[in-house]
Design a protein around this ligand. Structure first.
Ligand code: MSP
Length: 658
């Protein structure tokens, strides 16, 4: 059986995940799910990159040990992946002992190959990249990735003889690897890597003495392992490299790394060179995707233009966002993220497309077939031909990483089914002729076509696929699909179809933007998607507090009616990750106030607490609940999590705050 080992990059634990991080994981999950469905033996790894200066800095600022920050963020990532239906087989954290032993082992091998030496080093250092750049790679003196001003740093470091590997790397780029594809996908990126190597490789500094938070460098007291050497090795330590049990390593290595283009050099130059030096097999392929942009800039924490998934997911569900991420970006290229595009795609493909076709077909079953699937299969039909074509296009798209074309193949099949229903007008036929064999055939073709479309949707939107199966009377999960499922003719006969609400209710763009206090046309260009409905009770989520330039008069401040209130009951709002509904006593008055604090506090932690509320805010509806006031909280800079303002318990409820 063919094998494939997919990896995502491991994520830094100094930021909450945004759409960019989500994209890398969703596309890798989609690929892993496709190849499992295609019958291959697939392993899929993701994890967190927990060492290095950036995490050390955050921990210092919070006054806690770095591992506390790492634990918290690792959990956030793990929870998010669960929420997004990510089917990873393992999750590696670079602070785990199994990782450390593997890093020590590869360094021992690189050292034994004579590729390490100690020397003094000066360079332009970008903290967000955790990398030194030579002067020639700077763009107007700034970091080529982040556009930030760099520091000139000097240190005594251990160096890796990267310069030795230029020739072998160029040979590697020449070879065709996986299924005749180049080592780096897409080929245009391979050319960039090739020119970088051709321009001459300098030895690479692989230790740091200026920080403590890292794996101690074997045999070099006072040095810790450079975070990229540490991080890259995760791909093999997670398979047991460095331990006694090498069964997974032997079964799955070498793997396929799915990454963003910003970290291509690390994966296509440094990582294969480390492996060559250690005498280990190099990766099968490095697959690089483009960036989600906002205002033509890469979305990133340091630029401050990130979109978080929370709101879109609360309003439209996880699979709607998975579908958008996969279908709206040409894999390998950059794309702009806009809520308008999201809503347009949602309505066209999911609400009016798949959802509507399914509703019509199920309604026909109810009206003419006693709520059941037909009793006979229909073999020869134009929908069957459309499904066969679509499956072939979908397969070839996935196998050449054209994920957007795989999504388009699903869309095309649904459109063909829709066209078929419109042309055959079964509702007219049933009225005119009753339930004839011809009507049976139409109904079978429609439902079976939708079953095939759901199989094709499964890698992209697995929960939706499982739900479509359920609505077609099929007891099957997206995860259980195998190649025979794609063949025509598997719809169960005479199966009862359950009653169900619309799969994807139509979205009203105006209403959506209004609920976020925006107009549809100028929607949220500067604002992050989280600065809205769910966060209405919080300070802005911007990571770095920016003092306002314009001062307000005391009379403006006095417009606010701030009061101490006592929480007498609290409950998490169902279907929302963040919202907490509180019953609050403000003096004599009792009010319902909803706040975005449920990820930071449980209901039990809130009841009995005295907090500060804005008492004269216009009421707002949050997830259907009218909130009459707002709770005040500080925003933790690195996580964006809420930290409530403490009030001395002796202060009576209703007391004014000024
Ligand atoms: N820790 C390193 C990776 C080490 S792998 C051995 C790292 N982490 S990261 O958290 O900064 O980024 C992880 C992934 O998120 C990368 O693939 C990166 O390209 C992706 N994205 C971050 N912002 C992005 C966009 N705006 N758009 C698409 N993906 C981007 O780098």
């Amino acid at each position: 059986m063919a094998r494939r080992y997919f990896t995502t990059p491991i994520y830094y634990v100094n930021d909450r995940p945004h759409i960019g991080h989500l994209y890398t994981t969703v596309v890798t999950d989609t690929l892993a799910r496709y190849f499992r469905l295609a019958g291959e033996d697939v392993r899929f790894l993701t994890g967190t990159d927990e060492h290095g200066q950036n995490i050390e800095k955050v921990a210092k600022k919070e006054g806690v040990a770095p591992i506390v920050v790492a634990d918290r963020h690792a959990r956030t990532f793990q929870n998010l992946w669960k929420e997004f239906g990510i089917a990873n087989d393992d999750f590696i954290r670079t602070t785990e002992p199994r990782h450390r032993v593997g890093v020590e082992e590869i360094i021992r091998r690189i050292d034994a190959a004579g590729d390490l030496y100690t020397a003094s080093h000066e360079g332009w250092y970008c903290a967000p990249c955790e990398a030194f750049y030579p002067e020639k790679d700077l763009v107007e003196g700034k970091c080529p990735v982040h556009g930030t001003t760099l520091e000139l740093q000097k240190e005594e470091n251990v160096f890796f003889r990267l310069s030795r590997y230029g020739g072998r790397l160029l040979e590697l780029y020449q070879e065709k690897g996986l299924d005749g594809q180049p080592f780096v996908y897409p080929e245009s990126r391979l050319n960039e890597v090739r020119s970088f190597v051709e321009s001459g490789l300098k030895d690479l500094s692989v230790s740091r003495t200026s920080i403590k938070w890292g794996i101690p460098f074997p045999g070099r007291p006072g040095h810790v392992v450079y975070v990229w050497l540490d991080a890259l090795v995760n791909y093999i330590t997670a398979l047991g490299f460095g331990s006694r049990d090498l069964s997974l390593y032997e079964r799955y290595w070498p793997g396929i790394h799915v990454i963003g283009k910003d970290i291509l050099r690390f994966h296509a130059v440094y990582w294969p060179a480390f492996l060559m030096s250690a005498g280990l097999p190099i990766p099968r392929q490095v697959v690089s995707h483009g960036w989600w942009l906002r205002d033509a800039k890469k979305m990133s924490k340091s630029t401050g233009n990130v979109v978080r998934p929370d709101d879109l997911v609360a309003a439209f569900g996880v699979d709607a966002l998975r579908w958008h991420l996969v279908s709206a970006m040409s894999f390998g290229q950059d794309a702009n993220f806009s809520d308008e595009d999201f809503l347009a795609g949602y309505n066209a493909d999911l609400a009016n497309g798949l959802g509507n076709a399914l509703s019509r077909a199920v309604k026909m079953s109810r009206d003419a077939f006693g709520g059941k699937t037909p009793g006979e299969m229909c073999d020869d039909n134009e929908v069957r031909a459309a499904a066969t074509d679509a499956v072939a296009a979908w397969r070839s798209a996935f196998e050449s990483y054209r994920l957007q074309d795989a999504a388009a193949a699903v869309r095309t099949l649904v459109t063909r089914i829709d066209g078929y229903i419109a042309a055959k007008e079964p509702w007219k036929k049933v009225k005119a002729e009753g339930v004839t064999p011809a009507l049976h055939r139409i109904q079978y073709a429609t439902l079976e076509g939708l079953r095939v479309a759901a199989c094709m949707l499964a890698p992209i939107a697995p929960r939706t696929a499982t739900e479509v199966f359920r609505r077609l009377g099929i007891d099957r999960r997206a995860e259980d699909l195998r190649p025979p499922d794609l063949a025509w003719g598997q719809l169960p006969l005479n199966a009862s179809l359950p009653a169900a609400p619309p799969l994807f209710p139509r979205a009203d763009a105006k209403e959506y933007f209004a609920s976020r206090g925006e107009s549809a046309s100028g929607a949220s260009k500067e604002r992050s998607v989280t600065d809205d409905k769910e966060n209405i009770s919080l300070a802005p989520t911007s990571a770095v507090p920016v003092p306002s330039e314009s001062k307000i008069a005391i009379s403006d401040f006095l417009k606010l009616d701030l009061r101490v209130g006592e929480v007498i009951a609290a409950e998490k709002v169902e279907k929302s990750r963040k919202l907490m509904k509180m019953t609050v006593k403000l003096g004599e008055e009792v009010r319902t106030i909803v706040g975005g604090i449920a990820t930071a506090y449980t209901a039990e932690q809130l009841v009995g607490r005295k907090l500060v509320f804005v008492a004269n805010l216009q009421p707002a509806k949050l997830m259907g609940i009218e909130s009459d006031g707002m709770v005040l909280a500080a925003t933790l800079p690195d996580t964006g999590e809420a930290s409530l303002l403490a009030v001395d318990p002796s202060v009576p409820s209703g007391a004014k705050v000024k």
